[in-house]
Ligand binder design. Structure first.
Ligand code: ADP
Ligand code: ADP
Length: 225
C-alpha cells in the first residue's frame, strides 16, 4: 500500500462566506514507501494545507486520505491524533525546538509522549544525532547551535518515533544556500537510511531535482512536474 494516498481531496477555507478560498480542488497523490517526492508550488498555492491534511493535522472537505493503506478520512479526534503520532513526522521551515531543553531532550520528549522508556529514547536520540554529525551537540540548547545544526536536530526529532511518512515544509528555507545544500544532504541521508516515504515542499528547484520525483501544485490540483 502507498505510505500516503490522497484521492479527490478538496478544501475550502471559510466556505459559503464572502472570503471563501478554495485551496484544493481534487488532489490525487500517492507516495510509495521509500519514495521521496518534491512538492513544488508558489507561495500561497496551498502546500501547507495539503501537508496538514496529509499529516492528519487538518481535515479535507471531500476526498480520501489513507496512510499505509488505512483510510483515515473519517477517524475521530483521538484515533487521528494517535495515528499521527505513530505514523507521521513533521519538519517546518523554522525548527520549533523547545528552547529550554537540550538537543537530545528535544528528541527524547516526543518518544516519552509515545510511551518509549527514557533509556531507549536517549539511546535512539543519540543514534539519530550521530547520523547527522551532531554527536557532540546533544547537551547544547537550541540557542547554542547554528541554524543548520538546529534544523538537523529538528530532523532527528521528526524521526524520533520512527514514522512511516515524513512531511516537510521548506525544510531548509531558513538557511543560506550553502548551508541549505549541506543540511538537505543530511536530511536525504537520514531518510534513505530508514527507507521512509517523504513529501517535501520546496521552492528550491536544485533540491527538488535531488528527490525521486517532482509534482507541482497548480490551481488546487497535483500535476507532474
Ligand atoms: P502555501 O503553504 O502554499 O503558502 P497555504 O496552504 O498556507 O499555502 O495557503 C493557501 C491559501 O489558503 C492562501 O491563500 C491562504 O491565505 C489561505 N489560507 C490558509 N490557511 C487559512 C485559514 N486558516 N483560513 C483562511 N484562509 C487560509
Ligand atoms: P505531542 O505529542 O507533542 O502533543 P501532537 O500530537 O500535538 O504532539 O503533534 C504531533 C505533531 O504535529 C508534532 O510534530 C507537532 O509539531 C505537530 N503539530 C501539532 N499541532 C500542530 C499545528 N496546529 N500545526 C502544525 N503542526 C502541528
Amino acid at each position: 500500500a502507498p505510505a500516503l494516498s490522497l484521492a479527490g481531496v478538496g478544501k475550502t477555507y471559510n466556505p459559503g462566506r464572502p472570503n471563501a478560498v478554495e485551496v484544493l480542488r481534487g488532489v490525487d497523490l500517492d507516495v510509495a514507501p521509500g519514495e521521496v517526492v518534491a512538492l513544488v508550488a508558489p507561495s500561497g498555492a496551498g502546500k501547507s494545507t495539503l501537508l496538514h491534511i496529509a499529516g492528519l493535522l487538518d481535515t479535507a472537505d471531500i476526498g480520501r486520505v489513507s496512510l499505509g493503506g488505512r483510510d483515515m478520512t473519517r477517524l475521530g479526534d483521538r484515533p487521528r491524533t494517535a495515528a499521527r503520532r505513530d505514523q507521521v513526522g513533521f519538519i517546518y521551515q523554522f525548527h520549533h525546538l523547545l528552547p529550554e531543553f537540550s538537543a537530545i531532550e528535544n528528541i527524547v520528549l516526543p518518544q516519552l509522549a509515545n510511551g518509549t522508556s527514557r533509556a531507549e529514547a536517549r539511546s535512539r536520540a543519540a543514534g539519530l544525532l550521530a547520523q547527522v554529525g551532531l554527536e557532540n551537540r546533544g547537551k547544547h540548547r537550541p540557542a547554542a547551535l547554528s541554524g543548520g545544526e538546529q534544523q538537523r536536530v529538528a530532523f532527528c526529532r521528526a524521526l524520533a518515533n520512527a514514522p512511516r511518512l515524513l512531511l516537510a515544509d521548506e525544510p531548509t528555507g531558513n538557511l543560506d544556500p550553502a548551508t541549505s545544500d549541506r543540511v538537505f544532504g543530511a536530511l536525504m541521508d537520514l531518510v534513505r537510511g530508514t527507507g521512509l516515504a517523504a513529501l517535501i515542499a520546496t521552492h528550491n528547484l536544485d533540491l527538488a531535482a535531488r528527490m525521486d520525483r517532482q509534482v507541482r501544485l497548480e490551481a488546487g490540483r497535483i500535476v507532474a512536474a
